[in-house]
Design a binder for this molecule. Structure first.
Ligand code: BES
Ligand code: ZN
Ligand code: MN
Length: 504
């Protein structure tokens, strides 16, 4: 990961810093400015601009800068400042309060990508306060992320070191938190990006256990024999078609001497989803390497809770299975006896996530947590409803809306979704307590959430986050979002835990 350093305190001058590049932010001209329509410099660029005799904005405009988001313009400095190069990054239109944290985070990510191959850069985007610093640190670390494990030849290496210039003092704690958050996102991305021939239930469980042990968590792994002994019919049903046998991983952060509340995290860990006997079409089936993104996020977040010493008991319950068609696979028409004894008629083996999650939720409830947050790449219907960048939040209404608002504030877009009453009846089964799908596609994301609700105790604050689109990014990079695993919803989970730790 890119090294971050601080240049902090009043009188800080990025202009004098020895580095290979100096990053400044650029904002578009405002219609009401009445000037020549030239872009404006962001707050931290003042000292750099002074070294350019106040002409930095017009020089950048001459070089093509407009201030739109994602824009990168480079100009040589010829001795005006110590660094030989200014890298100007567009922030996009700002409001009256200046650029938002997410604008700074994205611009920092774009700048970090543009700085690939650079040894040391100084950024002025972290000016002036702690919020700007946190956003800049996160954006820089996430934008610089690469996954090169499987490349024989490495391309340009990520920027090695970035110094964050800020007027704010005593910000080491802010930088520490941002680094821990970015590290957790990176952990989740690495797990998602590891291909399914190497990351399958046994190896995923081993990696989760190793991460947990390194962070001082309590770790428990149930293998297929233990799952059979425990009666985990959902996990065993889904995992039965694969030669790679399923697992259930439990990680616990105790919350230190006086935890304020206990939070159960559950994440879908389907290491590859072929659909099983209800097999998927070939097109884009490779995306199903990301079907364990929810699991990756909850593992990384539980480690984060320990690293930050959050005063909460956080317990992750993570079911892991590979959904394959084979002579031992479960079939449409099977009835599974789930953990806890309820029965489910399987009408479609591709609706597997909800089956392993139901077992995990029932297990997690034995701890009697105060909150349940569960996340999954659960339905294609999520992409149809909200697109590729907005997660769907369902669950108990007050907590659902709280989680969605915290997600948006953290820069992970999310929107609340309803549970219409009539859909439950559409899950009625001919033979069992419930069926795993309705007979049609309408409201498919909501039907999956309503299926899970069956396993959640009434009255428990519960959020179900469907991340089918946002967890995996296949288009070109933007801001701090790189190709492949995005790490969504780690920053949401981190924000929700911090909020519960502070406000209960
Ligand atoms: N893992 C998929 C959902 C998914 C789709 C994730 C696209 C990421 C991108 C899930 O297991 C699935 O197959 N869901 C089915 C449910 C259907 C059979 C009711 C779907 O969405 O088609
Ligand atoms: Zn799936
Ligand atoms: Mn599926």
């Amino acid at each position: 990961m890119t090294e971050l350093h601080l240049l902090s305190g009043t009188g800080t001058t990025a202009a004098a810093a020895a580095a290979d590049a100096l990053v400044v932010g650029v904002l578009p001209a405002r219609a009401d400015d009445g000037d020549d329509g030239a872009p404006r410099l962001a707050a931290g660029a003042a000292a750099v601009d002074a070294a350019f005799d106040g002409e930095l904005a017009s020089l950048l405009a001459l070089a093509g800068a407009t201030g739109r988001a994602e824009e990168i313009v480079r100009i040589p400095t010829r001795g005006t400042v110590t660094a030989p190069l200014v890298v100007a990054v567009g922030l996009g239109p700002d409001g009256d309060g200046g650029p938002s944290a997410e604008q700074l985070r994205r611009a920092s990510g774009s700048a970090a990508r543009a700085l690939a191959g650079t040894d040391h850069a100084v950024t002025t985007l972290s000016w002036p306060d702690a919020d700007a610093l946190a956003a800049t640190a996160e954006g820089t670390l996430l934008g610089a992320y690469t996954f090169t494990e499987y490349r024989s030849t490495r391309g340009r290496t990520p920027v090695r070191r970035v110094t964050l210039a800020t007027e704010a003092e005593e910000v080491a704690g802010v930088l520490h938190r941002a680094t821990v958050v970015a590290t957790a996102v990176t952990t989740a991305r690495d797990l998602v990006n590891t291909p399914p021939n190497d990351l399958f239930p046994e190896t995923f469980a081993a990696r989760a256990a190793a991460l947990g042990e390194a962070a001082g968590l309590e770790v428990e792994v149930l293998d297929d024999a233990a799952l059979a002994a425990g009666g985990y019919g959902g996990i065993l049903g889904v995992g039965g078609g694969s030669s790679r046998k399923p697992r259930l991983v439990r990680l616990r952060w105790s919350g230190g001497p006086s935890p304020r509340a206990s939070v159960a995290l559950v994440g879908k860990g389907v290491t590859f989803d072929t659909g099983g006997i209800s097999i998927k079409p070939a097109a884009h089936m490779d995306h199903m390497t990301s079907d364990m993104a929810g699991a990756a996020a909850v593992v990384a977040t539980t480690v984060l809770a320990a690293r930050l010493g959050l005063p909460l008991t956080v317990t992750a319950t993570v079911p892991m299975a590979e959904n394959m068609p084979s002579a031992t696979a479960y079939r449409p028409g099977d009835v599974l006896r789930m953990y806890g004894g309820r029965t489910v008629e399987v009408l479609n083996t591709d609706a597997e996530g909800r089956l392993i999650l139901a077992d995990a939720i029932v297990r997690a409830m034995e701890d009697e947590p105060d909150y349940l947050i569960e996340t999954a790449t659960l339905t294609g219907a999520q992409l149809v409803a909200l697109g590729l960048r907005t997660s769907a939040v369902m669950g108990s209404e007050v907590f659902r809306d709280r989680v969605a608002a915290l997600a948006r504030a953290a820069g992970e877009d999310a929107w609340s979704m309803p549970f219409p009453d009539h859909i439950r009846g559409e899950l009625d089964s001919r033979v069992a307590d419930i069926a795993n799908v309705t007979g049609h596609r309408n409201g498919g994301m909501l039907a999956a959430g309503i299926f899970l609700r069956e396993f959640v105790p009434d009255g428990l604050p519960w959020a179900h986050i469907d991340i089918a689109g946002p967890a995996f990014h296949t288009a070109g990079p933007y801001g701090y979002t790189t190709k492949g695993g995005t790490g969504v919803p780690v920053r949401t989970l981190a924000a929700v835990l911090a909020d519960i730790a502070e406000n209960g």
